[in-house]
Design a protein around this ligand. Structure first.
Ligand code: BTN
Length: 324
């Protein structure tokens, strides 16, 4: 508690020094205790300059997510009102599904600095080193089952919008819900659901954004298809600000989704980079090639094959054919 208070005082004094005496007085503790908390902050990764007769000031902050920083100024009413932040977990989706089964409230968000068994679409692994964003949101929409896939589209719309706002990068969506910048993948979404008959008990929306990691940390086969926000922006990204924006945009678009389907579908169409292109769809069964003609009201891809028939595709991996 005192450590957080000292940190907040040092942060708000920015580049000016704060004396040990002043910190001690403001916290109601001794100067020796102040010094001990300063040492703990240094162990947490803060670089703190200490100058005799002037005091302390922060010169560098660790690239670590902190619960307090995320919640301060977030102002969402539902998404992220309850936040659980972990240094490491197997998979935020797995954990969020367990928490949801145990009764966690709608809007609860699970975040981890690193995942040891991150899950991707179609049973793949999501390599999850430090420096990125890994989050899962628990939702309990009272909707018929056929609308459930639209929740993932909603998540893609919200995340792409948040990247555009927070990083000023031109993020687009590749069907169904990969987020691309300059044609390379920067984010993936994975929804998992628990349901009975036609009722959704809970749904977990998982979002993985490649933010500040080094691309060399990825296996060679996916490295050339992937980018990071830092690489595209040419500078490290403030993950806290980006995460807050993702939560705000999720709140906005989730509310719209509960009202109707059309706003999400319209926005998805504006952000998408698949429709109108020649694509190959694989991943779930035999690969098919054709023109991506649009999506239907349930978010399925409408693919015009070369023989003129239109195929409705519910799941798969899209490759956009170059130069066609
Ligand atoms: C994809 O294959 O594109 C989907 C990747 C989804 C990754 C995110 S990271 C947070 C959440 N936890 C997981 O284990 N997976 C999702």
């Amino acid at each position: 508690m005192y450590k957080e208070k000292i940190l907040n005082l040092l942060r708000s004094s920015r580049t000016a020094f704060l004396s040990g005496e002043e910190l001690a007085r403001k916290c109601g503790i001794s100067r020796t205790m102040v010094w001990k908390h300063i040492k703990t902050l240094e162990r947490d990764g803060f670089v703190i300059e200490a100058v005799p007769s002037q005091g302390y000031r922060i010169t560098a902050v660790p690239d670590l997510l902190r619960q307090n920083d995320i919640s301060t100024g977030l102002k969402t009413k539902l998404i992220g009102k309850h936040l659980h932040l972990f240094t490491e977990t197997e998979s935020t989706n797995t954990l969020a599904m367990e928490m949801a089964s145990a009764g966690a409230l709608e809007g609860t968000v699970v975040i981890a600095e690193l995942q040891t068994q991150g899950k991707g679409r179609l049973g793949r692994k999501w390599v999850s080193p430090k420096g990125n964003l890994y989050l899962s949101v628990i939702l309990r929409p009272q909707i018929p089952m056929h609308r459930a896939p639209l929740v993932t589209l909603m998540g893609a719309v919200a995340t792409a919008s948040a990247i555009r706002t927070a990083c000023e990068l031109k993020a687009g969506i590749k069907w169904p819900n990969d987020i691309l910048i300059s044609g390379k993948k920067v984010c993936g979404l994975l929804s998992e659901m628990s349901a009975e008959q036609d009722r959704i008990r809970h749904l977990v929306l998982g979002i993985g954004v490649d933010v500040n990691m080094k691309l060399g940390e990825l296996p060679a086969d996916i490295r050339s298809l992937t980018t990071t926000l830092a690489k595209e922006a040419g500078a490290a990204i403030n993950r806290t600000a980006l995460l807050q924006q993702v939560l705000r945009d999720l709140e906005h678009w989730y509310r719209k989704f509960l009202e109707n389907d059309s706003d999400i579908l319209e926005e998805w169409k504006k952000l998408n980079e698949t429709v109108g292109k020649r694509v190959a769809v694989g991943g779930a069964g035999e690969a098919v090639e054709g023109l991506a003609q649009g999506i239907d009201h349930e978010g399925r891809l409408l693919l015009r094959l070369d023989n003129g028939t239109v195929r409705t595709v519910a799941a798969g991996d899209v490759t956009i054919m170059k130069g066609k």
